[in-house]
Design a protein around this ligand. Sequence first.
Ligand SMILES: CC(C)(COP(=O)(O)OP(=O)(O)OC[C@H]1O[C@@H](n2cnc3c(N)ncnc32)[C@H](O)[C@@H]1OP(=O)(O)O)[C@@H](O)C(=O)NCCC(=O)NCCS
Length: 182
Amino acid sequence: MTLSDIPRVYEIDQLSFPVPWTPQSYGYEVKENPNAYMTVLETRPTLKSSTWIGRLFQRALPSQMVGYSGLWVIAGEAHISTIAVHPEWRGKSLGEVLLNDMIGQSLALESEYCVLEVRASNLTAQKLYEKYKFEMVGRRRGYYKDNAEDALLMHLSFSDPDYRRYFADLSTQLAAKVSYTR
Ligand SMILES: CC(C)(COP(=O)(O)OP(=O)(O)OC[C@H]1O[C@@H](n2cnc3c(N)ncnc32)[C@H](O)[C@@H]1OP(=O)(O)O)[C@@H](O)C(=O)NCCC(=O)NCCS
């Protein structure tokens, strides 16, 4: 994510959350927070061509930002601060691409565990996190100020030696569904 991405990120944020972040808070994460890893996901129309000129042309096609995510990594802890996909693009494995990328980044940075908060009513997001083996470890009562809804605290430990293999298998399955590059 760069500063020029923020208007579109803010647009998706407003469509995704009852209380969006401010554009200034994205600016802080992008420019000033040394522990933040802010990512945007862009899609491009696909050309059915395997020639080098086709691939070159493919890269020149206009892209569209359809989602974004935020991760903080501090002293062995990875914390997912945000993740959203534009409503018109949901259900196409793109949220999983964003989550997969953050977990991959957390592992690469040798984090010991990853945590996040999710609204108790947000079953879609909880299913996504459970797919990657996050577990509910706590509940913060009335955490969300707009409707006093509880937050569930979810935790994923990287200490299980089998987790990397499990993650690699999920990544392979995801790559078979969606073609993406970093
Ligand atoms: C949560 C969110 C990022 C998921 O993105 P998405 O692109 O729609 O999800 P994907 O298509 O990648 O689905 C990945 C997994 O999520 C779960 N999931 C997705 N849509 C679901 C639905 N309608 N019902 C139940 N589970 C669902 C499934 O486990 C799915 O895995 P599967 O394909 O193997 O079944 C998206 O719904 C979103 O932006 N929501 C608003 C913002 C938000 O709530 N963010 C989370 C804050 S904690």
